[in-house]
Design a protein around this ligand. Sequence first.
Ligand code: FUL
Length: 692
Amino acid sequence: MIQKIYSVIIVAACLAVHGYAQTKAPGPCGPVPSENQMKWQEMEYYAFIHLSTNTFTDQEWGFGEDDPKTFNPVNLDCRQWARVCKEAGMKGIILTAKHHSGFCLWPSKYTAYSVKNSSWRGGKGDIVRDLANACKEYGLKLGIYLSPWDRNSAVYGTPEYITYFRNQLKELLTNYGDIFEIWFDGANGGSGYYGGAKETRKIDATTYYDWKNTYKLIRQLQPKIVIWNDGGDRADLRWVGTEDGHVGETNWSLLNATGEVTRDMLRHGLENGDSWVPGEVNTSIRPGWFYHSYEDSRVKSLPDLLNTYYSSFGRNGTLLLNFPVDRRGLIHETDEKAALALAKAVKEAFAVNLAEKKKVSASNVRGNANVFSAGMAVDGNKNTYWATDDAITDASLTIDFGKPTTFNRFLAQEYIRLGQRVKAFKVEGLIDGSWKELANETTIGYKRILLFPTVTATQLRFTITGAKSCPLISNIGVYNAPPILMPPKIIRDQSGMVYITPADKESVIYYTLDGNQPTKETNRYEGPVRTDGKVNVKAIVYDPISKKSSAVAGERFDISRKDWKILGISDDKVNRVIDGDAATAWYQGRDKKLPADIDIDMGKIENVSGFKYLPGQGRTEGIITHYQFYVSENNKEWKIVNEGEFSNIKNNPLWQVKEFKPVKARYIRLRALHNTRHDDEAGYAELDLITR
Ligand code: FUL
């Protein structure tokens, strides 16, 4: 109803200004967002901060028994967090006021397990207060993560805990000003300290928390809040089914209020869902949610972050990007640099909307009225929209650039206050006098951004090919994002094929195989290149428009691994150790005790002078610290040629290179003696050789 009144007011206002003939605004189509959901959606991008005792114990999930004294972020500075988030283009910060360990970042009256018993600021500090103040200063909104699961509380699992939980909610929602979002994680029940009981407690997440009444309390205390809940009753926002940083390309902001929710529904929403439950993409800038110094070299790269950006609020979601605040109490400088690099790349990509105020026409305009004309989609005003007559669910809008115009991004927004409608659409460019399809997609919603290879066209045609009701398009953007001139990634698989991948799939790559400097006169990369034996690959990304190129990427590959065989291990996946792909790894498994061996038959005698080991990249298990390296000519007599440690591999789990005096061998053996966790796991992303 509110939405309806709102759009009538807008139309009336437009009529008053322009004096156009009266035309009825369309009615809502299906569920529509509440005012709170609308405000939240328009935030688009905001931060998560994970900080707790875990930060000091190198854990992701504290058991609830760690001494609160371990918590001491001596240089904690919420103003630094707020500055970084603001400069990164974010609109708010959600803080883990209490994570599963139960440790509270504010001095809650209801527990001793909080900052008041920590070493930090002599127990006098309050991080929620500091952050609320910093957010105010920097014009950011504040959100709260309060874990329903509490592994410290003695009463967890009993009805008494619900009172405790609500008391904590009351503290957080009354003492710190406006809270824009409250976050209830789905991890619920299991083993824990529980006041010393140290046992497993199971709860039924659908009934235990009595969410209905908890929600009522929240809305009373904070009428402008949105509720995220992954475990209990359907709330205002939904998880998108992954923490990897993307939502489905088809993404409806609808779900059913009751009934089962599958991963597929979380990822795509439900076209005919009965409630407005939009998706929020939550992901961390590092592999973990909490800070671990060994992840300092694993902060996401610009291409990874851009990918997350386009796959979250480029697909009708919002992006909640996590900073694991470090032991000093600061956002680490590497994370800051990465977030600011993303902000810069986004700013450059969307600097000029080539569609704004251009000549536009549409195949149908509602009542032929100017207030609903195609021009409303390119007027830079989010409250006006192009609309068609009620009966029309397929229609096109054409932008005439007036001259050949180069672009590679297309952005569209629906006027979602009246519901999400578009089911399918395509984008074409008028190139050298004929229409060429650039993209063919499904939903739009609040905002959809498409990437395609750079083209030069005189016109662009946006055709809606299916909609639930007459489409309402509030904004169209066309952009020419500069290529990301980052050195490309080079890998060679076991068969000898070399793959060169740029950060930006539209980029042009030039390469050489003999170690010479690549230029635009050398080989242009068109697809995987077959190689055999030793090659020294060098590659650049080149932008023909600015004539600029990236720094040179280089990778030396030794003898071919085509005929290599891993001996004595029946698991098919073991070949990941020599597949050339750093992203895949193989693990010996816990039932195998260290020392554990990997033996390889190279098929013929080689002159071996060293080896290279890369631990698994996504996980912290199985990182070998101490090793022995053996060779053999006949697989019977083995001799040790090198042994020692991979120093600092925990903090820097990258390629480890060991060289020694050349020795003839057909068989090689890497023996893992110890790992960083002092258990029995040994993992390998890659194992390779150096020969003379
Ligand atoms: C997860 C939690 O279990 C993680 O520790 C983290 O807080 C993340 C945001 O949600 O499911």
